[in-house]
Ligand binder design. Structure first.
Ligand code: ADP
Ligand code: NA
Length: 330
């Protein structure tokens, strides 16, 4: 039997992925290649909803793709492509927008949060219709599964509603995507504020470890990470969020269980844990950085990989769009 299809996308809105992106999302993309027919997308169309710099966007899109290849996405097994190279995405989004209620779209909490931040009158229509484009991203590939974090649950729910609505209005066309819940997914917190998630929009760069930054810089950040009162190294996200975060990162990167680490650090101090974690992070990012540089140093080869990804994606997307258009009456 054919393997189930998975779709996921990531925005090229930073100079590098951070450890939270890697451990919370991208790492699972790599693992899903084993069991799924995977379509992964650098969603540059989604990256222009709140103002952007064109040259920077182009650069970040390439760096994002290079990093994804570097951490192990295999272009022979998975389809990795850039969203703007597959014009079917906005084409299907228009159709889906026409069966989305204005009130329904207005209830998306991420839009409410983000538009409040920018000021309602200055928010773009693109930010408002973003979840509809996201539905098109998913439905074009007839994805069975979509890995989702808590923040994307409502958007996936909209994708499911739109697929069901289209199918019942015009005839069976789209697979209804299900959330793919990753077991033991690591939620990584900010090194300077261990109660908040590590995020590119965090106020302090010292709280974020970027995959592509100088490992010496990462080591410094780890050494000045906020830890908790007491001196014992135990895992307790309620009372010891800082130490627990360091243990989580260590465990995820070294493959050793939290229990094993806690036992190994019995009787030792926070300084020892930080020192060892800095080494673990350094050993982990060095080869990724080298491979990323390798892809970026050969732009023609990277272009070729992305063109071939887009071609594979288009073959599927065009077939879906054609049948959707036909059912709508085009
Ligand atoms: P950011 O929070 O830095 O803006 P995004 O929202 O672009 O990152 O998230 C990209 C992916 O990385 C999403 O799948 C998201 O769930 C995951 N992710 C982001 N931050 C973390 C984190 N601190 N821990 C675990 N996963 C995260
Ligand atoms: Na975010």
């Amino acid at each position: 039997p054919a393997r189930p299809r998975v779709f996921s996308g990531i925005q090229p809105t930073a100079d590098s992925f951070h450890l939270g992106n890697y451990l919370g999302a991208v790492r699972h993309w790599v693992a899903l290649q084993e069991t799924h027919d995977a379509f992964y997308c650098v969603v540059d169309l989604h990256a222009i909803t709140a103002g952007h710099d064109p040259a920077l966007l182009r650069q970040r899109t390439r760096v994002a793709a290079a990093q994804l290849f570097a951490v192990g996405l295999d272009p022979d097994r998975s389809t990795l492509f850039v969203q703007s190279q597959v014009p079917e995405h906005p084409q299907l989004a228009w159709v889906l927008g026409c069966i989305t209620g204005f009130g329904e779209a207005s209830r998306m909490t991420q839009f409410k949060d983000k538009s409040q931040k920018h000021g309602n009158d200055r928010s773009s229509v693109g930010l408002f219709t973003y979840p509809i484009l996201q539905a098109a991203d998913i439905l074009l590939y007839q994805a069975n599964a979509v890995p989702v974090g808590e923040d994307q649950r409502q958007h996936l729910e909209l994708s499911r509603d739109l697929a069901q609505r289209f199918n019942s209005l015009f005839g069976q066309t789209f697979t209804i995507p299900a959330p793919h819940i990753v077991k033991d997914t690591a939620k990584i917190t900010d090194l300077q504020d261990p109660t908040a998630k590590m995020s590119k929009s965090s106020s302090s760069p010292a709280g974020i470890i970027d995959l592509l930054e100088d490992p010496a810089r990462s080591a410094k950040k780890i050494k000045s990470a906020v830890t908790d009162t007491g001196r014992e190294i135990v895992f307790d996200t309620e009372t010891k969020p800082g130490v627990s975060n360091l243990l989580t990162i260590h465990s995820a990167l070294s493959g050793r269980s939290i229990d094993e680490l806690v036992a190994a650090f019995a009787g030792r101090g926070y300084g020892d844990l930080k020192k060892e974690l800095a080494e673990v992070v350094t050993d982990f990012v060095r080869p990724i950085q080298e491979r990323t540089r390798g892809y970026l140093d050969d732009p023609a080869q990277l272009d070729k990989l992305l063109a071939s990804g887009a071609e594979k994606a288009r073959a599927v997307a065009a077939t879906t769009l054609r049948s959707a258009y036909e059912r709508v009456g085009f």
